[in-house]
Design a protein around this ligand. Structure first.
Ligand code: GLU
Length: 618
């Protein structure tokens, strides 16, 4: 019997385990006892969790042991009050300056009684009083509901710890009354302080803390449930006060050494946030002189160093949003064109440039693209920025691209943003900055192919004289290449002229093939898939080209529905007539067959170039 393998352990888990081992024997510090019930905790408990922004949680040690959140509740309730009153509204009640005082200091602004920040008790009690509610029960219910969104499940209150603090928390009651004295709290302070005691007694474990931190790291959206816990624009306020005031009186040293916003509580928990990366939750109840968990502080410092997490010195990350840049001379749309048009694109196609962007676009990754566009701008006639492979974009990056577009348009350059509706910020910000008319123009083509085709048409009409775009004679058809005058006369005698109005179907997908169509004027579009909204225009054909060649040759069903884009005139070659040529005019037959093969080969090349464009990974 095959030996079963031991389970694989992630190197991340191994690092977290090694930290548990390194600090397990550290017994420095004491558990908090000023709230008598807190002293009952097992002092050796130790858990570490790291939650990623796609909702994976690495956990080691006592990661599911519950403890009371205590002061870690403060930044979250502050976030709820910010959602209720906005940054300016809250600024009238609580400041954002570090105090340098102990967490329970009776520290209020001299003139207006405004607490210095929401992380000290005075500021936190003032903040709890700002949570909009008609009565204390509703206020508490809103706070619990807010925590549910962060943790991803309902949290309970530890009744014993709450009662213990309610019996002994006279200092916090005194702070409540002082806040009432200064009208920072405008109603009876007693029920507000009571809600504050209850919010501090909410039970969490390390797993919860890590997900709560990851929610803040994820601009306020829970990475597992995807539920929004706080408005995105308030996350920066919450993290800023955590960064400057979150670790009691060692906040300055913490941000200097560890470099990430964090909050600790006297229950022994520490929550740290790596904005845009992940969330950390640690529990170990022995506290240092300043009130921070001794082991948690060390674990965070080690992790910050080992994983290069200091927010003020992030490792250079050579991320690029530039996926592929090409011109119409190199790659063109799925339009089949007559040799003269194709030659025109080869000669002048450099004036059309396509920038395909990818991934998450930030100012740092958009700036090099803007620079590259500008360096090419003097030779450009059209610019397409394609967002098909972009996963996210921030408002400042759209603004940068919109301003670039505006400048290029003023210089007479056509600018198109394709696949732009995938990211709602793009249409919104482009319309905000350039107005609805310019936005509609820039965003008028959904697909890159359609955008490219229209830029090519514009280029061809500028460079190719009118008569070179028309089919004047049978010799202009690609089907007639290499035919002598007499051979051409044979072909001409077989061609029947047919006309189709705009929107009219020429053949339908699945039909039996009886004819080959040589386009004399107008454009024919090939559509596949079920009709209506889900039909896709997969190719199109200019005058001079032939269409319907594939089914004509192999006798299979039509692979696409052909529709006249505008008024179309075709010369039609019937399959029966063509086949009779094999015995009557074998040389003409062979030459025509060769021309069909050449045309199909060209389409195959176009299709592979397309596939390459679509599947290319950078
Ligand atoms: N409920 C505690 C108090 O106000 C919270 C203190 C803390 O965790 O810093 O004393």
């Amino acid at each position: 019997m095959a030996k079963s393998r031991p389970p694989f352990a992630s190197p991340i888990t191994r690092i977290l385990e090694s930290l548990l081992d390194r600090y397990r024997d550290c017994r420095e510090g004491d558990v908090a006892s000023y709230i008598p019930e807190l002293a009952k905790v097992d002092p050796d408990t130790f858990g570490i969790c790291v939650a990623t922004l796609d909702g994976h949680v690495y956990e080691v040690g006592d990661s599911r042991r519950r403890f009371t959140v205590q002061s870690i509740s403060k930044p979250f309730v502050y976030g709820l009050s910010l959602d209720d009153h906005g940054v300016d509204g809250m600024a009238r009640k609580v400041g954002v300056e570090p105090s340098g005082d102990a967490f329970n200091a009776i520290s209020l602004g001299e003139e207006d009684g405004r607490p210095l920040n929401p992380m000290i008790n005075a500021g936190a009690i003032a903040t709890t009083g700002q949570v909009l509610a008609g009565d204390p029960a509703t206020r508490l219910a809103r706070i619990l509901e807010m925590f549910r969104r962060y943790a991803g499940h309902p949290l309970e209150i530890d009744a014993a710890v709450y009662q213990s603090e309610a019996r002994t928390g006279h200092r916090n009651r005194a702070i409540g009354h002082l806040l009432r004295n200064y009208d920072v709290l405008t109603d009876d302070p007693t029920p507000v302080v009571d809600v504050y005691f209850r919010q501090c007694s909410i039970l969490v474990d390390c797993h919860d803390l890590a997900l709560m931190a990851a929610t803040l790291a994820n601009q306020g959206r829970n990475p597992v449930t995807k539920e929004r816990a706080i408005r995105a624009e308030h996350v920066e306020s919450v993290l800023s006060v955590m960064a400057s005031c979150g670790m009691y009186d060692s906040s300055g040293g913490w941000i200097h050494d560890v470099g990430m916003p964090a909050k600790s509580g006297v229950g022994g928990g520490v929550l740290a946030v790596l904005p845009g990366q992940f969330g950390i939750g640690i529990f170990s109840p022995r506290l240092d002189q300043k009130g921070n968990s001794v082991r948690a502080v060390r674990v965070c410092a080690d992790l910050s160093e080992a994983w290069e997490l200091h927010q003020f010195n992030p490792p250079y990350c050579p991320q690029t949003s530039r996926r592929h840049v090409h011109t119409s001379a190199e790659k063109h749309s799925s339009r089949s064109r007559h040799a003269r048009e194709a030659a025109c694109l080869r000669d002048h196609g450099d004036a059309i440039r396509v920038f395909e962007v990818q991934g998450s676009l930030s100012l740092a990754t958009t700036e090099p693209i803007v620079r590259e566009v500008l360096s090419a701008a003097s030779d450009l006639r059209s610019l397409i920025v394609d967002f098909q492979h972009a996963t996210a974009i921030n408002v400042s990056s759209v603004a940068l691209l919109a301003d670039l577009a505006s400048q290029l348009r003023d210089m007479g350059i056509c600018v198109l943003f394709t696949h732009a509706s995938r990211l709602p910020e793009i249409p919104r910000v482009v319309a905000d900055r350039l107005g609805p008319v310019a936005a509609a123009d820039i965003l008028r083509h959904q697909s890159l192919d359609a955008g490219l085709e229209s830029c090519e048409n514009d280029l061809i009409s500028a460079f190719l004289p009118d008569q070179d775009r028309r089919i004047l004679d049978v010799s202009d058809y690609e089907l007639a290449a290499g035919l002598s005058d007499t051979e051409r006369a044979v072909l001409t005698s077989l061609l029947i002229t047919r006309r189709y109005g705009r929107g009219e179907s020429i053949v339908r997908e699945g039909d039996e093939a009886h004819a080959l169509f040589l386009i004399a004027s107008g454009v024919v579009g090939a559509w596949t898939g079920p009709g209506g909204e889900s039909a896709r225009r997969t190719a199109s054909f200019s005058p001079g080209t032939m269409v319907g060649g594939m089914a004509f040759i192999d006798g299979g069903p039509r692979s696409a529905t052909l529709v006249a884009d505008d008024d179309v005139e075709c010369a039609v070659l019937q399959r029966g007539d063509f086949e009779r040529l094999e015995s009557t005019h074998p040389v003409v037959y062979a030459k025509i067959l060769r021309n069909i093969a050449i045309s199909l080969a060209a389409k195959l090349r176009l299709a592979s170039a397309h596939l390459d464009l679509v599947t290319r990974r950078r």
